[in-house]
Design a protein around this ligand. Structure first.
Ligand SMILES: NC(=O)c1ccc[n+]([C@@H]2O[C@H](COP(=O)([O-])OP(=O)(O)OC[C@H]3O[C@@H](n4cnc5c(N)ncnc54)[C@H](OP(=O)(O)O)[C@@H]3O)[C@@H](O)[C@H]2O)c1
Length: 280
């Protein structure tokens, strides 16, 4: 029996659809563990799942959804077009495979990386537009797009992506790009919000968490949602999954928010999108 997490607010996207502000991330959840881990996350109360063709775990995510018994309209599932499938025919086939794995419906479909060094980003976006029109895909957006990449989409005249999923955490706040997205009506999704675990060794965050009687994870995730971003921490442990959901019953002061933002030193947890050319 699963327990929903009604405390998670909904964020309205520019196409009128609403997404739970906090979800569950599945990067580095191995395929053989995905069904169990995602079942645990649904049991903990998560109703928004973030996966990707690149993670290799969509089948396990889909099996967890199917066995949960949770009605489809109570769930939000995001997946991402892999770098190897930007060409039209490959993209359509990859989308069919994702739909089959995830139970026939994708709520949000993202271009995972822009790969602007290989092709005009407007080309893959036109393919996404076709997929949106023709297939069971609720909303379309992008991931790791720079301001210049977004400007190129606007210039080409297609629909505005509803989200841009980008790295954002206390060490890489990404505020210029966040503001650029917000100005364009594009919701920001913050990936690696816990800097892939680095936050847990930070003496300033540990001190702040102790001071307010919260965990480091809750403090950092609260900072993220209080900035207005959508977020989906990953954990393989049920107790941590539950811990990471409890961020809507307290607020950080302006001073505490500023102190966390001041940890920024430009260190990324993942690749620079302008340089990332991985095609797999
Ligand atoms: N679009 C993109 O290019 C992109 C790139 C990266 C990530 N993402 C998305 O963003 C999601 C989140 O990012 P991420 O997975 O890279 O890293 P993350 O969520 O920042 O950090 C995950 C790490 O923190 C640990 N952790 C989580 N909760 C904890 C807690 N309460 N106490 C102690 N440790 C805790 C986890 O360990 P355990 O698992 O052992 O608990 C894991 O090592 C991904 O899963 C994926 O969905 C997208």
């Amino acid at each position: 029996m699963t327990s929903p997490a009604p405390q998670v607010p909904a964020v309205s996207l520019s196409d009128g659809r609403v997404i739970p502000q906090l979800g569950f991330g599945t990067f580095r959840v191995p395929p053989e563990d995905a069904e169990r881990v995602v079942s645990d996350a649904l049991e903990a109360g998560y109703r928004h799942l973030d996966t990707a063709q690149m993670y290799g775990n969509e089948e396990g995510v889909g099996r967890a959804i199917a066995s949960s018994g949770i009605p489809g309209d109570e769930l939000w599932v995001t997946t991402k077009l892999n770098n190897t499938f930007h060409d039209r025919d490959a993209a359509l086939a990859a989308t069919e495979r994702s739909l089959a794995a995830l139970g026939g419906r994708i709520d949000l479909y993202l271009v995972h990386w822009p790969l602007a060094m290989y092709a005009d980003v407007a080309r893959v976006w036109a393919v996404m537009e076709e997929i949106h029109a023709e297939m069971e895909v609720g909303s379309i957006g992008v991931s790791n797009f720079t301001a210049a990449n977004l400007d190129r989409l606007a210039e080409a005249g297609g629909p505005t992506p509803v989200v841009n999923q980008i790295e954002s955490n206390p060490y890489f706040v990404n505020d210029d790009l966040r503001s650029n997205c917000n100005d364009k009506g594009i919701a920001v999704e913050a990936w690696s919000p816990l800097a892939q675990g680095k936050v847990f060794d930070d003496p300033q965050l540990i001190a702040l968490a102790d001071q307010i009687g919260r965990t480091v994870s809750q403090v950092v995730l609260r900072w993220t949602v209080q900035r207005g971003d959508i977020v989906f921490p990953k954990s393989s442990k049920p107790a941590r999954m539950r811990d990471n959901l409890e961020v809507f019953d307290f607020e950080l002061t302006d001073e505490q928010m500023a102190a966390i933002s001041a940890l920024h030193d430009g260190t990324r947890s993942g690749p620079d999108p302008d340089l990332f050319d991985r095609r797999g």
